[in-house]
Design a protein around this ligand. Structure first.
Ligand code: ADE
Length: 226
């Protein structure tokens, strides 16, 4: 898979060199390139934003530098992802979809976002996804893109050492995951649930499923209501 990230803060993405994603890069399972949007500007101040038409607070990212960079990066089968608090919620299902793509381009907006014509223009020729990490406002798309890239890449075959670990985890089957325990058997007077020590696989499977349902009811009733 190939990933291009366009941002005014390229250093933000140094974090992708560590951990699992770093290993995937080392194994050449994925190629990630980070591009500075300001390199596509032509004025001496390398400005990327301007005041909003219609008035209001904040600044809007100008379409010109985006057009220059995206024309260069997008090929016919690229998927363009624009993180935005006004986008569709990014979910595990969405991560699975992104993991199928051959080429992802992430456009990190700052301030009040990117001039909407950029999305309108590229939607005519490409799949453009406006995606939100959650119902809160970040200062820009960078943090959201780090999360989306990690959630997506761990689903690419070969990135996770043990693919079994992808099967029973939160948001598979629309539930959050059951609680996990390891040694010692007793910690600060709290025992590991007896059933997990029984060696009885069917009872363990059933207990874990019940725990998943109960935890989802308690923590995320919204997942059960639709
Ligand atoms: N940019 C600012 N806030 C965001 C959010 N919640 N999700 C994605 N991108 C964002």
């Amino acid at each position: 898979m190939k990933i291009d990230i366009v941002t005014i803060f390229p250093a933000f993405f140094d974090v992708l060199d560590v951990s699992l994603i770093g290993k995937a890069l080392d194994k050449n399972l994925v190629e990630i390139s980070v591009h500075d949007l300001r390199d596509a500007t032509t004025d001496p101040h390398r400005s990327v934003d301007d005041t909003p038409y219609g008035g209001g607070a904040g600044m809007v990212m100008s379409p010109e530098p985006w057009g220059v960079v995206l024309d260069r990066l997008l090929t016919t089968d690229s998927v363009l992802v624009v993180p935005s608090p006004a986008g569709r919620l990014f979910t595990q299902a969405q991560a699975k979809e992104l993991a199928q793509a051959g080429h992802l381009v992430f456009a990190c907006g700052r301030y009040e976002g990117i001039d909407q014509r950029v999305i309108e223009h590229y939607s005519q020729s490409h799949t453009v996804l406006e995606l939100s990490l959650g119902d809160y406002v970040l200062n820009g798309g960078e943090v959201a893109v780090v999360a989306m890239v990690e959630a997506t890449l761990r689903l690419v075959p070969g990135v996770i050492g043990n693919p079994e670990s992808l099967i029973e985890e939160s948001h598979e089957e629309g539930l959050v995951e059951y609680p996990s325990y390891t040694k010692p058997r007793t910690w600060r007077g709290i025992e590991v649930p007896e059933v997990l020590l029984s060696g009885h696989h069917e009872q363990i499977r059933q207990w874990r499923h019940e725990q998943s349902v109960a935890r989802t009811q308690r923590m995320r009733p919204d997942l059960l209501s639709d």
